[in-house]
Design a protein around this ligand. Structure first.
Ligand SMILES: C[S@@+](CC[C@H](N)C(=O)[O-])C[C@H]1O[C@@H](n2cnc3c(N)ncnc32)[C@H](O)[C@@H]1O
Length: 248
């Protein structure tokens, strides 16, 4: 069988082996301005989305939790502050982002129950059935092999564990979708240029969102990875979606 060696990086077609480097360049470029850009682009709403994710996770106080693609650590911070007895692995493939997250954890005092590891969410260096909960916020979209990554997450979850995927998705209302497209391709790159002197990374953001599977397709991928059940919750008309998957 002939293997497809190409994948997408935003709207561009690239060799699969190179995508990680392209994604790495984007996040190394935005790392220092990531938090301010997140607030500006979402008008602060990303904070609420992450709080909803933590609510849906149903954390118990002694849980062991893997946060993949942690970036600057918003999700780890929420969990750590609310559940100080949990053990949280705050992880990211990109050292620049991980350092931003680790420094913030120290400065904002949520490091005491956190481990910091540089790793790819596509190949997890953990034994089977290690975690009660795995979270990934706005990270899956950037994977080269999303199916492989989801299988890895399933493998590393304990029985009755949960995976929570927070990601951009597809707006439900067609008019809303048009306004959102206009915002994404006109305002986002300009915001990136003004606030972070980097329009290209935010052009990639807009494109990568359009290339990411919609709600139902991602649910199918999660079930195909072996999860027994998956529900999703649309936020802001489906601009963002939280998938909750269960390992039985
Ligand atoms: C948009 S940021 C999200 C950060 C944080 N989770 C949040 O919600 O604010 C995406 C993060 O995914 C990381 N990332 C990209 N590909 C990855 C991979 N294959 N494995 C782990 N992390 C990855 C990037 O380095 C970046 O820090």
């Amino acid at each position: 069988m002939k293997m497809n060696k190409k994948t997408h990086f935003g709207y561009k077609e690239v060799d699969k082996k190179d995508k990680e480097v392209h994604v790495g360049n984007v996040f190394s470029s935005v790392a220092g301005n990531y938090d301010i850009m997140n607030d500006a682009m979402s008008m602060g709403m990303h904070r609420l989305w992450k709080m909803i994710l933590v609510e849906l996770a149903g954390v118990s106080k002694k849980d062991t939790i893997l946060d993949i693609a942690s970036g600057t650590g918003d999700i780890a911070k929420l969990i750590s502050q609310e559940y100080p007895e949990t053990e949280i692995y705050m992880t990211d493939i990109n050292m620049d982002m991980l350092i931003e997250g680790r420094d913030r954890a120290v400065n904002e005092s949520f490091y005491s129950n956190c481990h910091f590891c540089q790793l790819s969410g596509e190949i997890l260096p953990f034994e089977d059935e290690t975690f009660d909960i795995i979270t990934i916020g706005f990270g899956l979209r950037n994977f080269t092999d999303k199916d492989g990554g989801l299988k890895e997450m399933k493998r590393c979850l304990k029985k009755n564990g949960r995976l929570l995927v927070l990601e951009f998705s597809k707006p439900i209302n067609p008019l809303f979708s048009k306004i959102y497209d206009w915002y994404s391709f006109n305002i986002l790159p300009r915001l990136g240029s003004i606030l972070a002197n980097d329009s290209e990374s935010y052009q990639y953001l807009a494109e990568s969102i359009r290339m990411h599977p919609d709600q139902e397709s991602l649910k199918d991928m999660i079930l195909n990875a072996g999860f027994s059940k998956c529900k999703f919750y649309n936020l802001v008309n489906g601009i963002v979606c939280i998938h909750v998957a269960y390992e039985k």
